[in-house]
Design a protein around this ligand. Structure first.
Ligand code: PLP
Length: 419
């Protein structure tokens, strides 16, 4: 690959840069210590010791016992595994989750529905908040598990997981939380949360992709999802991804030391970015509650523009950000998270997420704030959706806007038909 030019990275909720300390910790396990940790001889056994040390570090990050930590291939597998286990061990057939989960849960829920299970996708308020009363009403005698994310990856809105878990406990229902967005930003303590299951993914905390973990509370029954050898104390088959596990362990250690920076300096950068946009660019609005919210995330609707066009022009000047529909680029569907919050399709399609991290600087935010306003202006100048369009008096703008919505509806119908 060619030497890459400077990138301005504001997409830390999608993935994060591998910390140099993490890469350094992994290299010996790629080059020298490549033995199988399950082997009886010393060459393997010494690797096993390092895997267990990494497990201790990951366990410490959430205040759990290392025996409660099982390594998986990713956050998606962890989420799927928790729900699968609950369905098998309880024999019940109803799952509760929310309409704003990561696709790991949304699509698994839809899969379960097709297989004859019942899944409730709880709605959220217009600010993205969860109404615990609705959860209480949704729990039934045949509910196996409630799976609710700790913080939303698109808006940063934080859910009251401690209360969710208490409610589940009082009704005898298992509780899982997708805490993938938490490390380094918020302190997660499984003793305080008292959930049965919790998922993490290493690549969201400056470690490699392809490694995750599932916390399974002591004495909570567990049925493996990946069935094979007796790795992970019989809870997940497959030879351990040793270098990735080592990287995850080192990243967990680092995440505990960067909480402070994330909650002071990064939070201030995010606030400066958000306030500047909301004040300096007309017809903008924040999606989701201001608090409680992750300190690094800003999701902003730019009326009268398409987010995909904004992202393309930002990309031309080396800036990485995303729209809610990152996983469905090319699709006309607005973000399922913003839709569930009741954001209009037009506004949702003009929404951009900026997610910062510990490697962002003041200068990078300055650079973004220099380039963003002219990009929005340029797109609005050519947008038929813009009521302030200079040629407004020449054209039927309301008509054009209605036509635009109609075209999208038709295109969407065709999309549904063709898929
Ligand atoms: C990224 C993410 C996941 C998926 O993690 P992978 O390791 O990429 O499978 C799940 N949930 C949330 C909230 C995420 O942000």
């Amino acid at each position: 690959m060619n030497e890459s030019p400077k990138i301005y990275y504001f997409d830390n909720n999608a993935t994060t840069r591998i910390a140099p300390e993490v890469a350094d910790a992994m290299i010996p396990f790629l080059r020298e210590y490549w033995g199988n940790p399950s082997s009886a001889y010393a060459f393997g056994a010494q690797v096993h010791k390092h895997v267990e040390a990494a497990r201790e570090n990951v366990a410490a990050l959430i205040n759990s016992d290392p025996k409660e930590v099982l390594f998986t291939s990713c956050g998606t597998e962890s989420n799927n595994s928790a729900i699968h286990s609950a369905l098998v061990t309880t024999g019940k057939r109803h799952v509760i989750t929310t309409a704003v989960e990561h696709s790991a849960n949304i699509n698994f829920g839809e899969y379960l529905q097709k297989r004859g299970f019942e899944v409730t996708f709880l709605p959220v308020e217009s600010d993205g908040a969860l109404d615990l009363h609705r959860l209480e009403q949704a729990i039934r005698p045949d509910t196996a598990i409630v799976s609710i994310m700790y913080a939303n990856n698109e808006t940063g809105v934080i859910f009251p997981i401690e209360e969710v878990a208490a409610l589940c406990r009082s009704r005898g229902v298992l509780c899982h939380t997708d805490a993938v967005q938490i490390p380094g930003k918020l302190k997660a303590d499984v003793k305080q949360l008292a959930v049965d299951f919790l998922s993490l993914s290493a690549h969201k905390l400056h470690a490699p992709k392809g490694i995750g973990m599932l916390y399974v509370k002591r004495r909570t029954k567990y049925q493996p999802y990946v069935i094979g050898g007796h790795q992970e104390r019989g809870r997940r088959g497959g030879t351990e991804s040793v270098p990735n596990i080592i990287g995850f362990g080192r990243a967990a250690e680092l995440a505990m030391t960067t909480l402070e920076d994330e909650n002071t300096r990064v939070r201030a950068l995010r606030d400066r970015l958000e306030n500047h946009i909301l004040r300096q660019i007309p017809n903008t609005i924040r999606n989701g509650a201001k608090e409680p919210r992750l300190p690094n995330t800003a999701n902003i609707a730019f009326d009268f523009v398409e987010a995909e066009a904004v992202l393309m022009l930002l990309d031309q000047v080396g800036i990485c950000a995303s729209s809610g529909s990152a996983c469905t680029t090319g699709s006309l569907d607005p973000s399922h998270v913003l839709s569930a919050m009741g954001v209009t399709p037009m506004r949702a399609r003009g929404s951009v997420r900026f997610s910062l991290g510990i490697y962002n600087t003041d200068e990078e935010v300055d650079y973004l704030l220099k380039h963003l306003p002219p990009i929005i202006q340029k797109l609005r100048d050519i947008s038929p959706l813009n009521p302030d369009h200079p040629d407004n008096d020449k054209y039927d703008i309301a008509g054009a806007r209605a036509k635009h919505e109609q075209d999208l509806a038709i295109a969407k119908e065709q999309e549904v038909v063709s898929s």
